[in-house]
Design a protein around this ligand. Sequence first.
Ligand SMILES: [Zn+2]
Length: 235
Amino acid sequence: MRYEMMRPGQIREAIARGLPLLIPVGVIEYHGPQNPVGTDALIAQGIVHRVEQEVECVVAPTIFYGYTGQWAAGIEQGEIHIDGEALYGFVKPLLKAFYDQGWKRIYVVCHHQGETGVTMLSYQRAATEAAMEYGLAHGGTGWSADPDLRSAVFERVRVVGDAAFAPRGYGGHGGRDETAAMMYLYPETVDLTQLDKCRPVWAQDAHQATAELGREIGELIVAGWVAELRRLAQE
Ligand SMILES: [Zn+2]
């Protein structure tokens, strides 16, 4: 189910039934001339949408904008960098609203720069603050004395990489793996012939990408999520 397509009563029912909410997250970043600028967010989204076919869950709209640091390129290549404070300012009320709605588990599913990247750190800061504020609002100062609050609040939002539950993910930046991911998830967006004109240092192996490799890795990632969400449903 897609959050934006649900009526209020359907949302309340999904929360009451303990369904998880998954939020795909990435950035708008240069990924070489052969890939679309939405590659990271599209990988997270493509994986989550496949997970949704396998396990009952709710998928929130993808968040495409984030912190890139213009590491790969700038606006001339279509990249849009959002400063860390601005990103946090947007993410905080968003995550807090989802948190306060009462979802049993919210997964922020990020494909970009790893756990120490500003994008994931911004979501993690917002998630931790949402938990702290919920505890304070429901248990008052010293709310750690309430065992139910103490044990539950920090588990409710998990900020994880898209491949957190798989033996491997799509590594590198704009190279073989991510290009293969796009050939599998959104084949119409990739044009390998563009590599003949320009091949950035981090995309030297991009021409080795195949849709089969993308599917091989993608199926491992999806299987990891299916196992995680089935485990959660048993809790
Ligand atoms: Zn990427």
